[in-house]
Design a protein around this ligand. Structure first.
Ligand SMILES: NC(=O)c1ccc[n+]([C@@H]2O[C@H](COP(=O)([O-])OP(=O)(O)OC[C@H]3O[C@@H](n4cnc5c(N)ncnc54)[C@H](OP(=O)(O)O)[C@@H]3O)[C@@H](O)[C@H]2O)c1
Length: 274
């Protein structure tokens, strides 16, 4: 459960990210984020759209740890695509966070119909070269969006944050990301904590390993190499979700979980949104 145990993933730019982070939407309170840091999380995921960058920044600034020990991700709001708008938007995020730099800045959604991902990505390259973000990446990008960036810009995203859990393992997209050295980060890693956690396969594995269903799902992610950002406002669950590094799922366990794939989403589909 300690920070020392948290596995680290090295991104293609050389920046290191803790493999488990705290998902902060919808969390409004700096106290909850402080609880997560106290429980051992050293990576916090926020976004301009979550309206909680002030609270996240306050927790990071006031938790008593050196800034360098914490990894903070934020994301560009969907109405801030475009070169100048994206640069100004990140400055505003930094101001709300009360930080000089984020560790990772993501394009929250590709908005392909707005035709501005290339322009926005060039702004992200500038944000990185100015040192305002240590790493830059994307979220909810499909293979076609990533291919466009690869063809028309100079920098590969460090990671792609996508909906991913046993119902939606994103095999094809994960294979593409692996092949291009782009890390995979899972949002809604617990499929929002409902039905998936009462599934008999997950519940059975939980009983066999002496762990909770959520811990089994998170251990599945770690074994696939995914970075995960589970969210909870419940102190016991916040601690439980980071107490997973001793779980060893066998190949048979992984194969049983693989059978749960049904394509079900819990959030928006980038093919449909916006
Ligand atoms: N990039 C994107 O477009 C995008 C989209 C969605 C989310 N995200 C990010 O991903 C993070 C996580 O996604 P998410 O919040 O949608 O889903 P999630 O982490 O899969 O699930 C959160 C839900 O599961 C419950 N939960 C957490 N731990 C549990 C446990 N150990 N046992 C039982 N239930 C548990 C939580 O309840 P309590 O809080 O009541 O404990 C909450 O209702 C977000 O916070 C956000 O940072 C990104």
């Amino acid at each position: 459960m300690s920070q020392a145990q948290t596995p680290i993933v090295r991104l293609n730019s050389g920046v290191e990210i803790p493999q488990i982070g705290f998902g902060s939407w919808p969390v409004e309170s700096a106290v909850v984020v402080r609880d997560a840091i106290e429980a051992g999380y050293r990576h916090i995921d926020t976004a301009a759209a979550y309206g909680n960058e002030e609270a996240v920044g306050q927790a990071v600034r006031e938790c008593g740890l050196p800034r360098a020990e914490l990894f903070v991700t934020t994301k560009l709001a969907d109405d801030r695509h475009g070169y100048d708008k994206a640069i100004a938007a990140l400055d505003e995020s930094l101001q709300r966070l009360g930080l000089d730099q984020v560790d990772l800045c993501l394009i929250h959604w590709p908005h392909p119909r707005a035709e501005r991902i290339v322009e926005t990505w060039r702004a992200f390259e500038k944000i990185a070269s100015d040192g305002k973000a240590r790493a830059i990446g994307v979220s909810n990008f499909r293979i076609s969006d990533l291919e466009r960036l690869a063809a028309e810009t100079d920098t590969l995203p460090a990671l792609n944050q996508i909906e991913l859990h046993p119902w939606l393992p994103q095999r094809e997209l994960r294979a593409y990301l692996r092949e291009h050295a782009i890390a995979t980060e899972a949002w809604s890693p617990l499929a929002k904590g409902g039905e998936l956690l009462t599934d008999p396969t997950i519940a059975g594995l939980a009983e066999r390993h002496g762990k909770s269903p959520a811990q089994i799902v998170l251990a599945w992610h770690l074994r696939l190499g995914n970075i995960v950002i589970p969210k909870s406002v419940t102190p016991s669950r916040i601690r439980e979700n980071i107490d997973i590094f001793d779980i060893r799922l066998s190949d048979e366990d992984m194969a049983a979980i693989a059978k749960l794939e049904n394509g079900r989403r819990t959030g928006l589909d980038p093919d449909v949104f916006p």
